[in-house]
Design a protein around this ligand. Structure first.
Ligand code: 13P
Length: 255
């Protein structure tokens, strides 16, 4: 196993936070703090902040992502945004299948797959999220579930397209709760995800796929989490809303 085969990606997921002025201030504060990062730095922001983020990060090492996209190119889907609309703006990344979308907005493994395919076709890089609930973990289904979700999300994704996929293992019980998976639990979960990729695409390909951990990653625990062989980055919620904390995680990802 060789971590050097896959880029470390540290991505902020702002969720439904920050108005335009606040976004501007956060990005301006963040820019110098992450400027010398050797890992990939991404901020995934609400649609209303995409234009601001793209403008302010021009010429910097910060990449901009959205938090979702629809799977149709256009049409009567009130309130939705297509992958083409994002790529046409200059957006590079999109988060797909976050557990909050699965939990509150009826996202299923099928729609996660459709959105992933549409985003790839539009030229976006996809951060696709998987993760078990506490109940599923306690029933002993973590491995089965993570492998199933991973394979479902990647259905009909070619090995070539996989180069534009990052997978985020986010145990639902660790999101926004302050409860972090231990570094070993994170490593194990990420390992199941990589094993699922290996079962479909082969071991050599799976070694090149970036698998992030997400769920209460912060400035205090990032070093230990990111030191694990299967943890190739982080998808960060709360701590990505504070520039110094996010910068500390970026620093840990640059080691
Ligand atoms: P927190 O870092 O706030 O737990 O959120 C994690 C997450 O859901 C990132 O997508």
């Amino acid at each position: 196993m060789n971590k050097e085969l896959r880029p470390c990606v540290i991505a902020g997921n702002w969720k439904m936070n920050k108005n335009r002025l606040e976004a501007k201030a956060l990005i301006e504060e963040m820019k110098p703090l992450v400027a010398d990062a050797s890992c990939e730095v991404v901020i995934c922001v609400p649609y209303t902040n995409l234009e601001t983020a793209l403008e302010l990060t021009k010429g910097t090492n910060i990449k901009v992502g959205a938090e979702n996209c629809h799977f149709k190119k256009s049409g009567a889907y009130t309130g939705e945004i297509s992958a083409e609309m994002l790529s046409e703006m200059g957006v590079e990344y999109v988060v797909i299948g976050h557990s909050e979308r699965r939990q509150y907005f009826g996202e299923t493994d099928q729609t996660v797959n459709l959105r992933t395919l549409a985003a790839l076709e539009a030229g976006l890089k996809v951060i696709v999220c998987v993760g078990e609930t506490l109940e599923q973990r306690e029933l002993g289904y973590t491995e089965t579930l993570l492998k199933f979700q991973t394979k479902m999300a990647l259905t009909n994704v070619t090995a070539d397209q996989l180069k534009n996929i990052v997978i985020a293992y986010e145990p639902v019980w660790a999101i926004g709760t302050g409860v972090t998976a231990t570094a070993d639990q994170a490593d194990e979960g990420n390992g199941y995800v990589r094993a699922a990729v290996a079962e479909v695409y082969g071991k050599a390909v799976a070694e090149t796929v970036t698998v992030q951990y997400g769920g209460s990653m912060n400035a205090g625990n990032c070093d230990e989490l990111l030191s694990k062989i299967n943890v190739d980055g982080g998808l960060i919620g709360g701590a990505s809303l504070k520039a110094p904390d996010f910068a500390t995680i970026v620093k840990a990802g640059s080691k």
